[in-house]
Design a protein around this ligand. Structure first.
Ligand code: FES
Length: 57
C-alpha cells in the first residue's frame, strides 16, 4: 500500500526503515527518505505505520 503518493513510498518501505534502521519517529524517517516533504498528507499515516511496526516487534 502506498503511504506517500508524492514519492511513491509504501508501508513496507517504512516498516523496513523501522526494523533495519531503528527509525522511531517521523523526524528520523525523514532523514532517510523524502516522505512528507511535498504535500504532507502522508505524515499522519506514516506515523501510524511507524507506531504499529514498533508495537509488533
Ligand atoms: Fe507524501 Fe505528499 S503524499 S508528501
Amino acid at each position: 500500500m502506498f503511504v506517500c503518493m508524492c514519492y511513491g513510498i509504501t508501508d513496507k518501505q517504512i516498516k523496513n526503515a523501522v526494523e533495519t534502521h531503528g527509525v522511531g519517529n517521523m523526524r528520523e524517517l525523514k532523514q532517510i527518505m523524502a516522505l512528507g516533504s511535498q504535500c504532507g498528507k502522508c505524515i499522519e499515516l506514516a506515523q501510524e505505520v511507524i507506531d504499529n511496526t514498533i508495537i509488533d516487534e
